[in-house]
Design a protein around this ligand. Structure first.
Ligand SMILES: Cc1cc2nc3c(=O)[nH]c(=O)nc-3n(C[C@H](O)[C@H](O)[C@H](O)COP(=O)(O)OP(=O)(O)OC[C@H]3O[C@@H](n4cnc5c(N)ncnc54)[C@H](O)[C@@H]3O)c2cc1C
Length: 392
């Protein structure tokens, strides 16, 4: 019997990779260092490329998500400078979903197939590769032999460090606060409002809640502030931002849980080698400006399972195919995300005014077709997954 597959990290990428491999008939073990699965983060948007892959894997996330009708960019006064109606966009209707992260995570865990074992509170302490397998020893004293070890252990991946050494992360120049706020009615449009050195997203979730992210240009490692001081930094932003700030201000002390993180990315993808493969943030952490980091992890997971297929006879060749399929796609998305951040945070008054004047001139149809181009490879991967499972 062939060895099972080991996935390190039960984030979005690791859970989807485990499901995708298990659906191909493989036994999979996941080790996750946290003792309890309490997803860190507030909300998340999954683009059509990601939801198509989840659909193809029969992971039904729809009941947990809210379909967004549009994704609009607003100026500080709350006027729309770029509208992107999703409902009228052919092929994308209802497929871009917004989630509370914990709820998305719960669904991904619930849908793990029976041939997946999840071990919490466990880390890999030692790895050894041979011609036939990769063996790992774990912090709980166990050991095992595997066909491939999939490092899905996030931005500060230990698996990446083992294979590629210390790859310095690049600070994106911005710090970010995130929260989920109950009782804020903003309809079904997601918005991002661009001010001066600050921007704020307000994304509707199920149950009358919104997910808000507040991003400010700041030196790396700036200390966190009291919630009221954070909100004061964003006071100039009107429209949905004012509603979300009102909702946050109305919460009783201790009820507003704001997560605070500096934003980092990996300068270029690292994919592992031999029998140790990387995916998701471990391979290519990117800025969140395009809302595509988790979507790329989900696409990676699907392609990894497609490349592995029924098994791996030549790991170097299979790994090369995986990298060949993913590298250009991920680099493109990573770069576009970086560039979008540069436009959003442009500092000079003249450049900002030009941006706010020019963006409304971009036809909605053009913005939609860009979004469809972004989603197309994921939708194609989903089709291949369906074909593979019907032939399995
Ligand atoms: C502010 C912000 C907003 C974002 N918004 C979006 C969005 O709207 N849409 C989108 O698609 N993406 C978004 N992203 C990106 C997205 O969050 C990430 O790309 C995605 O979560 C990566 O998933 P992952 O599974 O690769 O890594 P992670 O989610 O980081 O999961 C890694 C897992 O590995 C575990 N782990 C770590 N080290 C070890 C170890 N040594 N042993 C065992 N387990 C370990 C961790 O505990 C964790 O559970 C956003 C990111 C940020 C910062």
């Amino acid at each position: 019997m062939s060895h099972p597959y080991l996935v390190v990290g039960a984030g979005i990428g690791g859970l989807v990779a485990a499901t995708a491999l298990a659906r191909r008939g493989h036994r999979v073990e996941i080790v996750e260092r946290t003792p309890e699965l309490t997803a860190v983060g507030a909300g998340i948007i999954l683009g059509a490329n990601a939801t198509a892959v989840l659909d193809a894997l029969d992971i039904d996330v729809r009941p947990a998500g809210l379909p967004l009708e549009s994704l609009d960019v607003l100026n500080a006064a709350g006027a729309v400078i770029q509208a992107m109606p999703l409902a009228s966009s052919t092929g994308l209707r209802g497929q871009m979903l917004a989630f509370h992260r914990a709820e998305l995570h719960r669904v991904l865990v619930e849908f793990l197939p029976a041939n997946v074992t999840l071990r919490l509170g466990t880390q890999v302490v030692d790895v050894h590769e041979s011609a036939d397998s990769v063996s790992a020893r774990f912090s709980d004293g166990r050991a095992g032999e595997y066909t491939v070890l999939v490092g899905a252990d996030g931005l500060r991946s230990e698996t990446r460090r083992r294979v590629h050494g210390d790859v310095p992360l690049h600070y994106a120049g911005e710090t970010c606060w995130r929260a989920v706020v109950p009782g804020v009615a903003v309809g079904a449009a997601g918005t991002e409002t661009w001010g001066t050195g600050v921007r704020m997203g307000v994304i509707p979730l199920t149950g009358g809640r919104v997910y808000t992210f507040l991003v400010a240009v700041a030196p790396e490692g700036s200390p966190n502030q009291a919630n009221s001081d954070v909100l004061a930094r964003f006071a100039a932003l009107a429209g949905p931002c004012a509603l979300a700030r009102g909702g946050m201000a109305a919460l009783a002390p201790g009820e507003l849980h704001m997560l605070h993180h500096d934003l980092y990315e990996l300068p270029a993808p690292c994919w592992g080698k031999g029998r140790t493969w990387l995916l998701g943030d471990a391979a290519h952490a990117m800025t969140p400006n395009q809302g595509q980091g988790a979507a790329m992890a989900i696409e990676d997971a699907a392609v990894l399972a497609l490349v592995i297929g029924d098994g791996v006879s030549d790991p170097a060749e299979a790994h090369a195919r995986y990298v060949a399929e993913r590298d250009a796609r991920v680099r493109r998305v990573q770069l576009d995300s970086r560039r979008l951040g540069e436009v959003a945070t442009v500092q000079g008054a003249f450049l900002r005014a030009a941006r706010d004047l020019l963006l409304p001139l971009v036809p909605g149809k053009l913005a939609q077709s860009q979004l469809e181009r972004l989603a197309a490879p994921g939708i194609q991967i989903a089709g291949r997954l369906r074909e593979a499972s019907s032939g399995a």
